[in-house]
Ligand binder design. Structure first.
Ligand code: NAP
Length: 411
């Protein structure tokens, strides 16, 4: 790496080095973090406290996370006059793993969104969202514990690729003219147009990551969710390329649903199947525990992950990761909740659980396990922040920092 332009290098710790399929992690890795806007500082502080506590406890002081602050959003703008300094991209690239708080989308900053920019510039193509139930959390369904899914959503393609033109623009006129005159379409002249690219490359690298994840985490199935009955050459192709990849690279360890006889999986193999997106929204309610790892194009994944999260009690407990070939950026799935900024009030669980994903990613499973157990225990004790307290009978409402303290005490 060239030296940073604006940032001082970290004062302690060793860089995590990403090799093709594994990470080289020392006992004191440098972990860059973006504090985030709004409630970001509150939940990041709590997350550091919980992760440090778990690492200390799990490894008896032999290991340590060396936090290294990098900047994006309002803090970057006020310090460096930029929303995302180049050094931030460089730091995530160089250190391979980073944790991020929520960022406000600047109005008139020339960005669609800072989050989308980070994902696209760093080619973090897989958005990974595990959704599971924590006992005691109020849920709108009868058996929320049946949900234990990990959603792999494509992050760079589909109608989210940002290729669109406004009605009446010069560009849209040219596109409509081309489509109507040369491609035999009949598009109304007063249309806006968006393009939906889905590629073999984008699909197969996502499918590969999801199947590898399912195999290493002993998951029982991988399901491609698509709308291929209608959008044949994008979503239908997504499904076909998914099966193709499973056959080409994981034939020994996977079996497609069409080859399963009598409902039993051959030992050592995981099931690969597919579901049409609309049917899948029913399936997550009616056959919740039949699904484990789910792979979807960008838009389906956006909808599906919120629907799944709602089923287990909402976004407050939903973590996320954006993974590239070698880089990983872990983040809470909610936004900056500006009305609660600086009040030490909100629920830090989403970012803490993103930290758990980060610990698992670097192979520190013991510390990750401690955090999950202590979160379960803290919720069981009904010592929760306002968002859960308002829905739980007999709860003790605690602040963000008290929640973190309770979690550390419960380890
Ligand atoms: P939001 O920040 O997620 O907040 C919406 C509501 O969700 C809050 O008012 C609160 O509901 C609840 N909530 C969110 N986080 C919570 C937490 N940690 N604990 C408890 N409750 C929580 O969504 P928004 O207001 O639509 O967006 C605000 C800003 O965040 C926007 O600038 C948006 O662009 C940005 N954003 C960033 C990301 C990201 O960085 N990845 C993601 C989404 C949005 P109650 O008031 O009902 O308690």
């Amino acid at each position: 790496m060239g030296a940073f332009e604006k940032y001082q290098p970290p004062t302690e710790g060793v860089r995590i080095v990403a090799h093709e399929t594994e990470l080289e992690v020392s006992d004191n890795p440098v972990i860059p973090f973006i504090e985030g806007d709004g409630i970001g500082p509150d939940i990041m502080r709590a997350t550091h406290r919980v992760l440090n506590g778990a690492v200390q406890k799990a490894y008896d002081g032999q290991r340590k996370l060396c936090w290294y602050e990098i900047f994006a959003g309002e803090k970057a703008q006020s310090r460096f006059g930029e929303w995302i300094p180049k050094d931030t991209f460089e730091a995530v690239r160089h250190y391979s793993v980073a944790l991020k708080g929520p960022l406000t989308t600047p109005v008139g900053g020339g960005f669609r969104s800072l989050n989308v920019t980070l994902r696209q510039v760093l080619d973090l193509y897989a958005c990974v969202r595990p959704v599971r139930y924590f006992e005691g959390v109020p849920s709108p369904v009868k058996e929320p514990w049946k949900m234990d899914m990990v959603i792999f959503r494509e992050n760079t393609e589909d109608v989210y690729a940002g290729i669109e033109w406004a009605k009446d623009s010069d560009e849209v006129r040219r596109v409509i003219q081309f489509l109507n005159e040369e491609m035999g379409c009949s598009i109304r002249s007063d249309s806006g147009i968006g393009i939906k690219p889905i590629s073999v490359t984008g699909t197969k690298r996502l499918a590969r990551k999801a199947i590898r994840y399912a195999l290493t985490r002993n998951r029982k199935s991988v399901t491609f969710v698509h709308k291929g009955n209608i959008m044949k050459f994008t979503e239908g192709a997504f499904r076909d390329w998914g099966y193709e990849l499973a056959r080409e690279e994981f034939a020994e360890r996977t079996i497609p649903e069409s080859e399963v006889r009598g409902g039993d999986l051959p030992p050592g193999k995981i099931l690969v199947n597919d579901r049409i997106a609309d049917a899948m929204f029913q399936q997550i309610l009616t056959r919740t525990d039949e699904y484990s790892v789910v792979v979807t194009p960008n838009l389906n994944g956006d909808y599906l992950s919120d629907a799944c999260a709602a089923q287990v009690g909402g976004l407050g407990l939903a973590p996320g990761a954006n993974l590239g070939e070698t880089m990983a950026l872990f983040e809470a799935t909610h936004g900056t909740a500006p009305k609660y900024a600086g009040q030490d009030k909100v629920n830090p669980s989403s970012l803490i659980l993103s930290g758990v994903m980060m610990l698992e990613h670097i192979g520190w499973d013991e510390a990750a396990g401690l955090i999950v157990k202590s979160l379960e225990e803290t919720i069981r004790q009904k010592r929760v922040t306002y968002d859960l307290a308002r829905m739980m009978e007999g709860a003790t409402k605690v602040s963000t920092s008290q929640f973190a303290d309770a979690m550390v005490a419960n380890m």
